[in-house]
Design a protein. Structure first.
Length: 186
């Protein structure tokens, strides 16, 4: 999902939690788990991709054009979610329970929306063990072999779901048979 999509869904989740009487710590945790979890992309960008251009537009373009070679993503995994649930259970920290809730929203949204963009089932991808076994290499994990330039600028990429950059497949019927699903271009 795009950063803007996560920002929007996280803001709605935080507003709903606040309206339901959740503590400020719980709401802050939801914000961290729903949106700030994506800071691990910055870590990958700098530490594993060796990128030094830290301008938000350069960073976002690098990811939207699928130029990544390594996908470590320490915070995006079922294993991390399980570890944090255990830690929250033991400590009882409200903010950590909030982080778990935010992360529990974030990962499925990534699976659905990023899976549409990549035309691939991403359920296994969100296992750190699966990524580790693949050497964290993007090609076997997400099937991207070359950059895919995307136009439209920073805000269009930031809020890509609003601009319908990934329309749903359309099924065509020809001569009584269902043809191959095709993506219609905007």
């Amino acid at each position: 999902m795009s950063p803007g999509g996560h920002l929007t869904t996280t803001a709605l989740a935080c507003a709903a939690a606040h309206a339901a009487g959740a503590s400020p710590a719980l709401v802050a945790g939801i914000a961290m788990g729903g949106f700030l979890i994506d800071l691990d992309h910055v870590l990958d960008y700098v530490a594993f991709e060796g990128r030094r251009d830290l301008r938000p537009a350069a960073f976002l373009k690098y990811y939207t054009e699928q130029r990544t070679q390594r996908l470590v993503l320490l915070l995006h995994s079922y294993e991390m979610l399980a570890l944090l649930i255990g830690l929250a259970w033991v400590t009882g920290w409200s903010w950590l329970w909030g982080y778990v809730v935010g992360m529990a929203f974030h990962l499925p949204l990534d699976i659905v929306f990023n899976g549409q963009v990549l035309s691939r089932n991403l359920v296994p991808f969100y296992s750190f063990t699966v990524r580790w076994r693949a050497g964290f290499r993007a090609e076997p994990l997400i099937g991207v072999t070359a950059p895919r330039p995307v136009g439209g600028g920073f805000w269009r990429s930031f809020f890509s779901e609003l601009f319908l950059l990934t329309p749903a497949p359309r099924v065509e019927v020809r001569a009584g048979r269902i043809g191959e699903a095709r993506r219609s271009a905007l």
